[in-house]
Design a protein around this ligand. Sequence first.
Ligand code: PLP
Length: 446
Amino acid sequence: MWRSVGVRVLRGGGAGQPRAASGAAAAQLRRRLENELEEIRGAGTWKNERVIASRQGPHLRLAGGGAGAYGEDGEGSRGLFMVRCFSFSFPVGILNFCANNYLGLSSHPEVIRAAVEALEKFGAGLSSVRFICGTQSIHKDLEEKIARFHQREDAILYASCFDANAGIFEALLTPEDAVLSDELNHASIIDGIRLCKANKYRYKHMDMQDLEAKLQDAQKHRLRLVATDGAFSMDGDIAPLKEICQLAQKYDALVFIDECHATGFLGPNGRGTDELLGVMDKVTIINSTLGKALGGAAGGYTTGPKPLIDLLRQRSRPYLFSNSLPPAVVGCASKALDLLMESNAIAQSMAAKTQRFRSKMTAAGFTISGKEHPICPVMLGDARLAAVMAEDMLNRGIYVIGFSYPVVPKGKARIRVQISAVHSDEDIDRCVEAFTEVGRKHGALP
Ligand code: PLP
């Protein structure tokens, strides 16, 4: 038996067991892959997946548990954790501070009920892409609701926001056009831009001088599109959209924002970064996800001008050539939007808890990057410190993630904490207390 982390590879292939392909090419491929995997381990960037045995929420139950257990194979596979490798022990029940479940809707009873009802009424799935036999009334209703939520003309659903980002630039931009992208934009924006034939400009992160210089250079092109994350998930910082929109106006450009870490909770009514910064009428295109604050199931969308959405239905490849969103997933997102449009109480509750965490941690002596955002990176600088502190937090039953180079710049290692509306004040306080103890123990605090 060959054994690699979290994956069991068996020779032979008895009944019900995987078979290893034979032949020189297959053997060569296996060697190459194993070398590459070894390099990833050697670089300390191996990512492992913790197995959760409960619903997503502030309190999780992990499968297995105890020293070094990881997964359910009963063979004591070693837990390799975060961006660095560690074996560790952890309690089975933990307090979770690292999901994008900002509004706590992933396990909201009404969201779950809506999914069950959609499943019962519309079935498991469509076995089709949208334009062949895959559009149900609930897809159209959800698209209409998304457009209304963002106060835009129309919306189009995708299987994910990754797909929405992969599908927009190629459909919209030609070699006559230009796209100007923040250097720290999400990987899916980067990939989407790679797929298009427009002229590409990368401006320094949130640097308006650099953006202006690039916009001046891009005047020679037919159309200019500035693309930015609304909120950046590594730092919890928010794009200077007001300034970006002013520059866009000055240089006759369009603005595109990815609102995955903003939709549902930023701004007075949770509409997102454009609402927070008072530029809802200046941003032309929004892409966002249904897989974070809006119920957390899956799915993404583009919302904006109707002719753009019509064009995407004709030309956007991830939309045209991928299955329709399953009804249960549509049901979840639709109910999440209903809840948010009824009241902003959930978003306000999350904002209050974020404020509680940020102010208590700052008072304890920690530096928290960004402001107002529920992504609260606890800045530690040293990669090893971030790793051992995150490990020690988990030993105390609190799940947070340490990030270090190459995920974030060298010398800027941090532990990322994400606050949810369903954390109680006691949960927040417990997390701060654990940070304070662990910080003192490892020298991050005096
Ligand atoms: N854009 C940003 C900024 C994200 O953080 C993510 C998810 O991590 C995505 C896009 C992709 O979203 P989805 O999970 O819906 O594919």
